[in-house]
Design a protein around this ligand. Structure first.
Ligand code: SF4
Length: 475
């Protein structure tokens, strides 16, 4: 582990896990998205998309290495790639570490009302000049637990979505699942619907760890769901793990990595446990007057992820970002991530969901009734928005792509008109001084962070923020 002195601007190299957000998923921080900026978002929807060269969205696995992307060779499309995200906020049980908007008490009538609301929302978008006539390139079902829906509910939702925005140009359909909700019948239906990437929220294989962390599933359900999913033949099966769950020991983490390797999924995603304010774990800490969360400290979590990456690499996997490893990098892609991190448009539907349209960020109302009610009156349920400046867009894209471990300076110079080695000279020097930046490669184009940098990249990204956006936490 590096012992480099923390910089004065990034969150300190914390030892213990205390309450707050660690993961950086967007920029500028959400605290700067405001209800008063919603009119700017609504105005953006009334304009057709700005014609954009396809090379501005050429961030693909093939672009991460210095060779041409297939997308870059296509004729320039008129608009940036468009994705659709559908938020399904239902779960069997609320995990103690969960900080998402989820409901565990909705009956089939309430779920049907929610699905109707999703389709109403998409109908409004489909009629807007910004969206009209465009086809999504990727579709993502997240939550919550999308696999909580029944086969009939799933067909109703996806048939409706396809009628509004056909999926004939879709390159990837991702579907998040909780293993205990999957049957062979449902998995076959998901594949028939067009899901290409099944993402299994396994988190751990040890029944005690699953139970003490409030997960609904157990190891038996993992084995059964994984075997069914393989039989059905999804192009990509991803396993999610969390390093540093409550009560987890070093041996249990090693066991989780070994079990993952036994299953040989196409990709593995590993998150380091964080404890945001709205989690059950924090509620208990508060009740007990504790400041330190009962989970592994940050040094341990980084070491565990490092161990997992090394084991995966030994088994032939390639580490492709701070959180992911893929078995075969020539065929396994994360289309939604690579398009989004290159600034693609994301039509996000559902309660509390986050989207990005024509250069404007938005988030929907975060309560069930507040989300459904405006749609009944034909209004979009947008709660807050923000249109970043050109410089903030540059920062956003640069920090998101830095999570891949290596970025092309030429790509950013082409897109934003300024070499990132000049624009970000200060923060890059800080990373270099801390031992987190690799020396320039042969072609001098790549900006590459070290494995130790990658393991704590979310902390380091604050270096690149504008001064007014810097702080201890990202909430
Ligand atoms: S399954 Fe996922 S979304 Fe549902 S409660 Fe657990 S962590 Fe939250």
């Amino acid at each position: 582990m590096s012992t480099a002195t923390p910089s004065p601007t990034s969150p300190p190299l914390a030892k213990q896990t205390t309450v707050g957000n660690y993961f950086v998923s967007n920029y500028p921080p959400f605290a700067y998205w405001k209800p008063e900026f919603v009119p700017g978002f609504l105005a953006a929807l009334e304009r057709p998309p700005t014609p954009t060269p396809s090379t501005h969205f050429a961030l693909r696995p093939s672009d991460i290495e210095p060779r041409p992307s297939p997308l870059a060779l296509r004729p320039s499309p008129f608009a940036p790639p468009l994705g659709v995200y559908a938020h399904i906020p239902f779960c069997r049980k609320r995990c103690h570490f969960c900080y998402f908007k989820v409901y565990t008490d909705k009956d089939s009538q309430a779920i049907r009302a929610y699905l109707d609301a999703l389709l109403k929302e998409l109908t409004i978008y489909a009629g807007k000049p910004f969206v009209h006539g465009r086809s999504p390139r990727f579709v993502y079902f997240g939550g919550g637990t999308p696999s909580y829906l029944s086969v009939d509910q799933l067909r109703f939702l996806t048939d409706g979505m396809k009628r509004l925005l056909p999926w004939d140009e879709v390159e990837e359909v991702t579907f998040e699942c909780e293993p205990g909700t999957l049957t062979d019948h449902k998995l076959a239906a998901l594949r028939a619907i067009g899901v290409t990437r099944l993402s299994l929220g396994i988190e751990h294989f040890d029944d005690h760890i699953l139970e003490i962390n409030g997960r609904a599933h157990r190891s038996k359900e993992i084995a059964r769901a994984y075997a069914y999913a393989r039989e059905v033949g999804f192009p990509q099966i991803n396993i999610d793990l969390i390093a540093g769950m409550v009560e987890e020991t070093e041996d249990q983490w090693r066991m989780a990595v070994a079990k993952t390797l036994e299953l040989a999924p196409d990709s593995v995603t590993i998150y380091q446990m964080e404890v945001p304010f709205n989690t059950g774990i924090y509620q208990q800490m508060k009740a007990e007057g504790k400041l330190v969360a009962p989970v592994a400290d940050w040094d341990t979590k980084r070491r565990w992820v490092d161990y997992a990456f090394q084991e995966l690499e030994r088994a032939g996997y390639t580490v492709g970002s701070a959180y992911t490893a893929v078995k075969d990098k020539t065929r396994t892609r994360f289309v939604y991530r690579d398009y989004l991190w290159a600034g693609a448009d994301l039509l996000s539907i559902g309660v509390a969901s986050f989207g990005h349209i024509g250069g404007t960020h938005y988030q929907n109302q975060h309560d069930f009734d507040a989300y459904v009610a405006p749609l009944a009156g034909g209004q979009l349920p947008v709660y807050r928005a923000l249109t970043p400046t050109e410089d903030e867009r540059y920062i956003r894209e640069f920090i998101l792509q830095l999570k891949l471990g290596s970025v092309s300076a030429a790509y950013f110079t082409r897109k934003f008109g300024e070499d990132p080695r000049v624009r970000f000279a200060g923060p890059l020097a800080t990373l270099r001084d801390g031992g987190f930046l690799q020396p320039n490669g042969d072609d001098g184009d790549r900006i590459t962070i070290t494995r130790q940098g990658l393991l704590q990249v979310d902390r380091l990204l604050h270096e690149f923020f504008k001064p007014e956006h810097r702080g201890d936490r990202y909430a």
